[in-house]
Structure formats: structure tokens, C-alpha cells
Write a protein that binds this ligand. Sequence first.
Ligand SMILES: Nc1nc2c(ncn2[C@@H]2O[C@H](COP(=O)(O)OP(=O)(O)OP(=O)(O)O)[C@@H](O)[C@H]2O)c(=O)[nH]1
Length: 624
Amino acid sequence: MMPEPTPNKDAAAVAAEHNRDCDFARKALAFNHLTLSYIARGAPLDQLLDRIASGFSCATPQRMLAIFLFDAQARRMRIGAAPRMAPAFLAEVTALEVDDPDTPGFWSGLSALGAPYGLRLREMLPLRSFAGEVAGVLVVCAEGQAAVDDSVERDQGYRDSVGAAVSMAMLAIERSLVPVHVRVKGEPPGMADERMALAIEGSGTGIWDRNAVTGEMYYSRGWKAILGYEDWELSSHLEDAYQRIHPDDLAYVQETVRQHFESRSDNYQVEHRIRCRDGSYKWICSRGKVVARDAQGNALRMIGTTTDITEIKSLTEKLAKSSRMLDYLTHEIPGMVFQFKVPPDGRGYFTYVSEGARETYGLTPQQLLESPTVIKSVIHPEDMPLYEAARQAVLAGASHWILEFRVMPPGQCVRWLRGEARPRRLADGTILWHGFISDISQSKAIELELQEFALTDYLTQLPNRRHFMQRLLEEYNRIQRGIAGTAAVLMCDLDHFKRINDSLGHAVGDQVLKHFAGVLMSQLRKTDAAGRLGGEEFAVLLAGVDLQAAAEFATRLQNCFAGQPLWHDGRKVEVTLSIGIALMQADSAGQEQVLRASDDALYRAKERGRNRFEFAPLACVPRG
Ligand SMILES: Nc1nc2c(ncn2[C@@H]2O[C@H](COP(=O)(O)OP(=O)(O)OP(=O)(O)O)[C@@H](O)[C@H]2O)c(=O)[nH]1
């Protein structure tokens, strides 16, 4: 109760004190209401008594409150709640033998026990059951050796607190005596089909029921369990419910509810975060529906279910992450990543194509997904047989796929691509190919350049020995297979070339070699070939000719070379040419042997005075 104002206090001080008292009374009332609602919902007795004792200690810090429960059979006390009291003292209390806690003798005994611990017993009130039996005692103690300020006990607020604590403790004790099955009877309100509700609860889903007019909420036991609450916990106020929703999700939830209340959606469905008892957040999915409206269409009642989707959310997030990662990888790496599926029926199709399809084939991923044959429209015609053969091999179940081929996307220049893929065989016979297409145009250009470099004589730009010998072998094979007739092989050597080097210098010698190469090339047909075999030695292959035609060519070449001499410092650099000729035919032992025979003939031409040609006698060309 509010103390009487003293005459020397000014009005402001009195008002402040009054406000403090009102505030205190409001808080105490709210605390007691909540405790009573916990009692009504059957919260465990120990937790209730603890709440009552702690609440009292908060309101009256000068005193300590303990509740001891009496077991008449064992004539012992057990601790109901005793926050802040020494464990040794409590141990002695439980060891104390009590005939009847409702006697002055018990008071003295308990006082004596507390004294050594600095506890001075101020009140001891019996807690009676409805049947009138003493079920326990509520004890209030002062602490310390100093003189006790007994004005505390005279304060009406204190008296009210003690009274409330006693009443609530008695209620809690009485409630704890009611069998459980009696307590759960009658809930949940508004659940027409209890079995259905139980089934839903059994599946880990919670049920809620909202009075849309008063804002009162009913939560099922399962709903509370999702958030880690006991069945007797949680208030039924809508404001409290909204406070549990993650602040970032609140507006979205409220807006969705509003829309459903206004009949703008058939169902209410939200996914949001909600605060649990331990302060952590869970993701939940709530689905519901307004089940009753008034004549004006205003929502009266809404029922729904809540499912914990935290794990699904985290899995979804993980999946999204790896999918994003895949996208980043396939988008950022130049080239096209794909998955190609070949079912047992042998008709293959793409199941995944990355964005790289645009830069490789000049086609969209969608085009490839719709039909893999669209690729054929951009394959270089010369590489089509190669590509088709590789495709057939893939469909037939090859063990790998590696192919370098050219494409000509519309409006773009020719590009070299390299494809590589490996198969994975599934149990049903399906083969999944995973592969990668890269644009190798740049490296291919370098490779071709190097190839050219490796096969070309740097000075004259004629094929070098290796290249010429390849060409000679090809022609020999053609003759062997009967595709071509005879061919002539000519070995040409500049006469006294050393003298030019010695007299005019090596650089002029180089120019003479280049000049001769030019003259030689000018005399060749497309089907012929020439090469610089080394030094001032050149070889010529005249396809499809006999010795007569070869002799005519040799004469023409010599005349041509003589008729177009190189000029140096205003003077002609006159060089003549010796040639040895051998015939390559079907029965020749090999291209090397034919070349050697022409070389022998050249040697004879040199011997016989140079600037002339000689035939290798047919008998001298080894036969196979
Ligand atoms: N300038 C220049 N000279 C070269 C090159 N390769 C070889 N030679 C020279 O060609 C000359 C060939 O001399 P020899 O083998 O004696 O032949 P020759 O002087 O032509 O005499 P015959 O062949 O017997 O008519 C040597 O002096 C080589 O150094 C080259 O790439 N450039």
C-alpha cells in the first residue's frame, strides 16, 4: 500500500513516489498474471515455485523467500524453491525431522538451523491444500547479523507480495496434484477433429488458431515445441507473437496476413524467421486460412499450421550456393561445358549447356538443348566427315571423345574448336557424357605456323627435306596403289656455287639460292613439288610424267635459269645447273631409292662437265 505523504515532502516528490508505486504495482500484477497463467497450463511445480520465490526476492530485495514442501509420510521437508539460500542450510532443512510443520516447535527448530547461516526467520506461513492439510511452508528470512529493519514487514506492498506468493504457491501445489489426463482434457479450443490435430502434431507440425477480432492466439503443444517452449509457456497475445518474428520479416508477414484478411488471397502462406526460446532463430513455413467471417466479410478466425523449415532452408541455400558456383565456373571459364545424355535407344541430347555455347558455336544454349543436330549447321564442310564419325562413335558408346574441328558460325570467321568428353555409364544403360569445348583458334594458328616452319626452308620458302620426302612418299604410294602413273624425280645442283660465295660473298650466294627457287617454282604445275634438300641442292617431283617429259622440263629449267640471271652490282651473276633424273614407277623399291638414283645421275652430270642432265639408267633404279 502507498505510504501516507509526510507534511514536509513537496508535491513533486509525492507525485514521483506515487508514480513509482503505481509502476511497481503494475509490474507485480503483470508478473502474477503470467505466473497464474503458467499454473493454469500445468507448468512443472518446481519451476512455478522457483518463479514465485524469485519474483518475491526481486520485489523485496531485503528479504529472502523459500518454499519447503512437506512429505507427511517421511516426516521430512524437501526444497520447493529457495533462491539465494546457502546449500548447507538447505541440506540441514531436508535432514530435519518434522512431526508437524504447523507448530511453534517447528518454527524454533527452523530458526535455530538458520542462525549459523545468518538467516533470521521473519515469517513462516503454512501452505495448505484445498483439503486443509499442510502441504508445505513459505518462509521469509532476513539476512545478516545487523538489527533487522522491521518497517519492511509493515509495508502494505510487502504484505501483498507475501499474500500473493502464498496464494500462488498453494494454487501451484494444488494444481500439481491434479492428474495429467484431467489437465489436457478440453484442449485445443476450436479443434473440431482432435485426431487430425494429433496426426498433424505427430508429424512435427504445429497448429495455431487466431481470434482475428481480439488478436488472441492459441498455439498447440507441437507449435511451442518447434520454438523450444513447454506447453505451459508463451502468452496468447498477438503482440508477443509479432515480437518473436524476425524484424526483417515482420512487415512481409503482416502484409500477407492483411491481404488474406481482405480476401485478396485464397490462402495465407509465409516463410519467415522466428525467435526461439533460447534466442536463436528458426525458419518456419506457416500456412493458414480464415475459417470464419462476419456478414461484412471481416475475418473472425484463422487456423493454420507451422512447419520448421530451417533444415530445408539451409539445404536450399547450400544447393543455391553450389548452383551459383557452377554458374560462375561455367560462365567465367572460356569455353562451353556440357552434359550429353545417350539413353539406351541411342538418341543423344544435351541436358546441360553453358553460356559458352555462344562464343564457341555461335549458338545459344537453348538452341543446343532443343536439338543437338543444330551444331551441324556450323561445322566446316571439310571437317564434317570427321565430326560425324566421332558423333557416331559417341552414340555407339565410345570410351572417350577428343576432336579438333573447325566451325563457321554465320557472320563469323572460321574458328578451330577442341572438344573433349568422358562417358559415365548409369545402371539403366544410359551414358552421360560430361565435356568441354574450347576455342583453340589462336593456338591452332601458332601450331600451323610452327608446322609450316618445321616443314619449310627458311631461305627459299620451299619445302625442306622432310616435307619433300613426305610428298615423295605420298606420290610413291599413289603410284603403288595404281592411282597415278609414273613420276620423275630430278636432283638439281648449282654448279661451282662455292665460287660465288667466295667471290661475291655469302649474302649474294643466298640471293642466288632464293632466285633459283623462284625460277624453279615458276616452272612447276600444281601437281608437281619441289624442295631444298640442303646447301645448293634441290629436288623436284614431276607427277605423271615419263623420262621424255622430265628431260624437256630439265632443259626448260636450265634455259630459264640461264635466261634470267640474278643481277648484282650491275653485273650478271651467271650460274649453271646440273640435273640428275630418275623415274619412279610401280615396281621401284621405294622413294628413297629413286631419289638416290637421281642423285647418282646428278653426280654423273657433274662429272661429265656440269650444266647438263643425266638419266639414271632404269637398271640402276632399284626394283621392289
Ligand atoms: N650462300 C650460301 N652458301 C651455301 C649455303 N649452303 C651451302 N652453301 C655453300 O655451297 C657451297 C657448296 O660447295 P660444293 O659442295 O663444293 O659445290 P660447288 O661449289 O657448287 O661445286 P659443284 O657442286 O661441284 O659444282 C659451299 O661453299 C657451301 O658453304 C647457303 O645456305 N648459303
